[in-house]
Design a protein around this ligand. Sequence first.
Ligand code: NDP
Length: 327
Amino acid sequence: MFKALVVEKDEDGKTSAAVQDLSLDDLPEGDVTVAVDYSTVNYKDGLCIGPGGGLVRNYPHVPGIDFAGTVEASDHDCYKPGDKVVLTGWRVGEAHWGGYSQKVRVKAEWLVPLPEGLDTRQAMAVGTAGFTAMLAVMALEDHGIGKGPVLVTGASGGVGSVATAILANLGYEVAAVTGRPDNADYLTSLGATEIVPRDTLNETTKRPLEGERWGGCIDAVGGAMLARVLGQMEYGCSVAAVGLAGGADLPAKVIPFLLRGVNLLGIDSVLQPYDNRLRAWQRIAKDLPMSKLETMVQPATLSDLPRLGDEILKGQVKGRVVVDVNG
Ligand code: NDP
């Protein structure tokens, strides 16, 4: 037997989450069984644990959109027992039982071998949010980063914290947008050189173009803030759009694209091909200072998850929550 956080739905459509004992026979089909060490709490996990359950495809369900652990059994040539692996994406934790469990069974093609230089806890301190931040950095690099600072929105969150630390470590000036002034010292310690109060970017303006302020942007917020930032980009520079913590509507004008050649790059971490995932994890091991990563982490166990799922949906989580599923 092993423990997992199981979300169930009753006849009235009400969902509830509790830690339960499961057996290996309960696990879904797959060619690799992994003993999980750590998982994390991401925005999507909040949705899957919470009462809406919008992303969950089937009940009972084990959430957890990412995990890192050790292969216990494998029917696939690429993996053998004892291999350290990490998983993000592929609708694990939404359509397939995920990482809030001491054991998981998944398709081999969804896994990535843990890169040298990262242990399973560090991999999950990074997790889906940090992996996505790295994809965004890579997308900005591919398109070219300008002279001005790189703006990071939703900077105290998971994506924003890791993006700030990676960009600063690569030598870029980072302007961190936050709605929580108390987090200024935290963001500065991650390498931000400028703190931009959220209010100053949240208002819409009638001017489709403002002064050229940013040489790039990693945007975890979307909505009115993204629309405003598009008009502040340097000529020919790019915004890597990652999330919608501030809303899904984009009240933008087409002018920044036409008159300033701004690029809006969509970042999707879920269906990344294997080679990209491997490259991103190897870059994380190389370009993210582990001492800074440690300062982002708050530890949790399976029984903390219902509370933390609620907090991340309210935008109250700072940095990365690492869930010790055996704790
Ligand atoms: P977090 O909740 O950890 O961080 C989001 C941050 O955004 C908050 O910490 C807060 O930062 C800011 N924020 C929250 N609410 C608002 C608001 N109403 N207006 C403006 N800013 C707000 O989430 P993650 O960093 O894990 O994820 C961020 C987004 O990215 C989510 O929408 C998530 O779904 C998405 N995402 C997308 C992925 C992809 O593949 N494209 C993968 C992973 C995440 P502060 O207090 O500093 O302002």
